[in-house]
Write a protein that binds this ligand. Structure first.
Ligand SMILES: Cc1cc2nc3c(=O)[nH]c(=O)nc-3n(C[C@H](O)[C@H](O)[C@H](O)COP(=O)(O)OP(=O)(O)OC[C@H]3O[C@@H](n4cnc5c(N)ncnc54)[C@H](O)[C@@H]3O)c2cc1C
Length: 453
């Protein structure tokens, strides 16, 4: 979608093919068989630092459908609320200092430990974090003397959801990026964005003239090392001057013949990505149980809960990096989720769970483990590669973990590469800049650079 919207805005005639009945891919909705309502496959959250995703929403005219919240709610195992709310009048990273000082879910000693780690991350800068690509974040946390309780009650709630990987196992580069971009650089980076409508509705007015849903590509047609077009499952052929493959990397591997793979390095690492599941559960109670719009849960099994209706009787729970849940029978899982909700909210104690629907996406995202960057292909063709074939998708080299922001960046990068190949690049960049780094963050980072000189 991002590539199509960007290319059309540059005057390229695009045909957007989507196998499913509606747009959105992994960030989309399905029709609930029982009620006919649109349910999201899983709650999708964005942050203020997702500058490209927000740009795409603006281009699609749905920027106003995202509800932003400056307070991130945490609930401990007893249901006590702890807010992390930045002050709007202080520049980053000072904006979160008052909230961190008063963050009652952790002792003062633990809050000071986090403070030390945040300063270290700030001083690393972007260049420093890039060098940690092959280091596990668990190792970095140990080096920076972060207590286990802090990992459980602070790093896990933030990172497991953001990266869809266990905190200790993720690449330190991506873990540190979450804090640098969302919390340390700009006062708006951390604000939580929640779609106020089903995800599917966000894409209904996509500014792309030729969108064909329920249209499945069966084959990509190559001739003399170039793409000629695609063949659909109904046998028809769509010819094209250039193709952006924006399907997942599993499909891409199937479509590209060995001959192309042997000289186009973009396909060399695709088979080595590890997929990580995400579990989402929709819960309907017979009365309002949750007033907060969202909550990060300091104890599991559910890691995040979201209120899905105006009164709080319909909830959605999420478990990221949910490998351990794939084989758990659904009634057993449901019993645990119901018990957890009852323990968290007094109003849920006598409430009846009317219905629950569990959705597990087994191949939700790739694991951002150390070394993963070597597998991620660039969007444009390398020398000797298929010159009119471009890749988009969260798995490509975006500098971001697998997120909607990463996916949009990949689409914009693919569009930039394609424009360059058509000599249409003069209009400047499509990829949006990050939020500006505010002055205290710049000053603190500079101190480190000066120390290194
Ligand atoms: C359960 C879950 C929860 C998530 N939560 C969040 C979150 O809170 N925040 C966040 O930022 N990210 C989240 N993500 C990640 C985010 O959804 C993905 O990173 C992003 O949607 C990936 O987009 P993509 O375009 O790379 O791939 P996809 O969304 O997979 O798009 C690929 C498209 O290609 C289509 N396609 C495949 N084969 C064919 C074919 N043969 N012919 C035509 N079309 C085809 C597919 O139908 C699909 O629409 C979550 C993902 C999952 C699964």
């Amino acid at each position: 979608m991002a590539a199509a919207v960007a290319l059309e805005s540059r005057g390229v005639a695009v045909t957007l093919l989507e196998a499913r009945r509606a747009l959105g891919g992994r960030a989309s909705s399905f029709e609930d068989g029982e009620t006919g309502a649109l349910l999201d496959n899983c709650q999708h959250v964005l942050l203020g630092c997702c500058t490209n995703l927000l740009d795409l929403y603006q281009r699609m005219g749905v920027g106003d459908n995202i509800r932003f919240e400056r307070a991130v709610h945490f609930l401990d195992e007893r249901g006590t609320l702890h807010n992390l709310a930045g002050t709007n009048w202080l520049p980053a990273p000072l904006h979160l200092a008052p909230a961190m000082l008063g963050f009652g879910a952790l002792s003062l000693r633990h809050r000071l430990a986090i403070n030390r780690a945040m300063l270290a991350m700030l001083r690393l800068g972007k260049a420093g974090r890039e060098q940690l690509e092959n280091v596990a974040f668990g190792e970095w946390l140990k080096q920076h003397k972060q207590p286990q309780r802090v990992v459980q009650r602070f790093y896990d709630p933030v990172l497991v959801g953001a990266l869809n990987e266990q905190t200790n196992d993720a690449s330190a580069k991506y873990a540190i990026q979450v804090f640098q971009d969302a919390m340390l650089a700009n006062r708006d980076g951390y604000i939580v964005g929640l779609p106020a409508c089903p995800l599917e509705d966000l894409y209904k007015h996509i500014p792309c003239k030729d969108v064909r849903c329920s249209t499945r590509v069966a084959e990509v047609i190559f001739n003399a090392g170039l793409v000629q077009g695609v063949k659909l499952t109904d046998g028809s052929i769509i010819a094209a001057d250039a193709v952006v493959l924006a399907a997942n990397h599993h499909a891409v591997q199937r479509w590209v013949p060995d001959e192309i793979k042997s000289r186009d390095l973009r396909f060399a690492g695709l088979a080595a990505f590890e997929s990580v599941p995400i579990l989402g559960v929709h819960l309907w109670f017979d009365r309002p149980v949750m007033q907060l719009s969202h909550a990060a849960l300091l104890e599991g099994p559910l890691q995040w809960l979201f209120r899905k209706d105006a009164v709080g009787s319909m909830l959605h729970g999420v478990i990221s990096a949910s490998r351990d849940w794939v084989d758990v029978p659904k009634p057993v899982a449901m019993e645990q989720f119901e018990r957890q909700v009852r323990e968290l909210f007094p109003s849920a104690r006598d409430a009846k769970l009317l219905r629950g629907v569990i959705v597990i996406e087994k191949r939700a995202t790739f694991s951002p483990k150390p070394g993963v960057d070597q597998l991620r292909p660039q969007q444009g063709p390398p020398p000797g590669g298929a010159a009119n074939l471009f890749l988009a998708g969260d798995y490509t080299r975006t500098g971001w973990p697998a997120t909607m922001e990463g996916a949009v960046r990949s689409g914009y990068l693919a569009a930039e590469a394609l424009c360059e190949s058509l000599n249409l690049a003069a209009d400047g960049r499509i990829v949006q800049p990050d939020l500006p780094v505010e002055w205290p963050a710049r000053v603190l980072a500079r101190r480190r650079i000066n120390q290194l000189r």
